[in-house]
Design a protein around this ligand. Structure first.
Ligand code: PEP
Length: 252
């Protein structure tokens, strides 16, 4: 089986001015400098990307954006293109986050366009999927997540998918303090890997990194990372303080 390098990504959401972001990342760099067993990524707001990119030069921490538009340029007021993200030094781009699905009309179809546009610009997508509470309670978790996977990955070439990152983020666990149990996350993430193996082939599924996201804390990371299909975490709230994010990164 292909070895999957764990990945811990911090999604700062709409928190931190560029000055505050600089302060946070300056403090974070020495705290994770010794980490070689996993990739560390920070995803600040757009306005802080350039500042943070400068500070990350020469470190092992990679930069990601929280969203992207699928055109390379044009009359799309307010949008940011994959080329612009690449030019400031991003390596990753989050797409399909549930907050974007809930408040900004993100759909599986727009996620699919964004994934392709990120690849065309040389960036790696972090593709978020996950069910809402009422969907879980109705026993529809597999149906909802597998449809998201199907539609978001539509038409994506296998080598691109193998290099991608999927984040399973049950909506009911995001920012609520409710973490899925390691077993609940493992169960869905194994389903996702099985689906990718069926849609593509086993080698692609084995290479794909699948993160868990939803109220991950220093206290919960170890048990999550012990699961065979959990390859890392997408961390929101707990990535905003150096103490908690560094201790999540030090899960091993
Ligand atoms: C997220 O924003 O992707 C997330 C998982 O947030 P939190 O860790 O705060 O639940």
């Amino acid at each position: 089986m292909a070895e999957r390098i764990p990945l811990i990504a911090g999604n700062w959401k709409m928190y931190r001015t560029h000055q505050e972001a600089a302060e946070l990342v300056r403090a974070l760099i020495p705290r994770v400098a010794d980490v070689s067993y996993c990739e560390v990524v920070v995803c600040p707001p757009f306005t802080a990307l350039t500042t943070v990119a400068e500070l990350l030069k020469g470190t092992r921490i990679a930069l990601g954006a929280q969203d992207v538009y699928w055109k390379s340029e044009g009359a799309y007021t307010g949008e940011i293109s994959p080329l612009m993200l690449k030019a400031v030094g991003c390596r990753y781009g989050i797409v399909g986050h549930s907050e974007r699905r809930q408040h900004f009309g993100e759909t599986n179809a727009t996620v699919s366009s964004k994934i392709k546009a990120l690849y065309d610009a040389g960036l790696i997508p972090i593709i978020c999927v996950g069910e809402r509470l009422e969907e879980r309670e109705a026993g529809r978790t597999h149906e909802v997540v597998s449809r998201q996977i199907d539609e978001c990955l539509d038409g994506l070439e296998e080598e691109k998918l193998a290099a991608s990152v999927v984040a399973y983020e049950p909506v009911w666990a995001i920012g609520t303090g409710l973490t899925a149990t390691p077993e609940q996350a493992q169960e869905v993430q194994a389903m996702i890997r099985g689906q990718v193996a069926a849609l593509y082939k086993k080698q692609v599924a084995d290479a794909l990194r699948i993160l868990y996201g939803g109220s991950v804390k220093p206290e919960s990371i170890r048990a999550l990372m012990a699961m065979p299909d959990i390859d890392g975490a997408l961390v929101g709230g707990a990535s905003l303080t150096v103490e908690s994010f560094a201790s999540i990164v030090h899960f091993a």
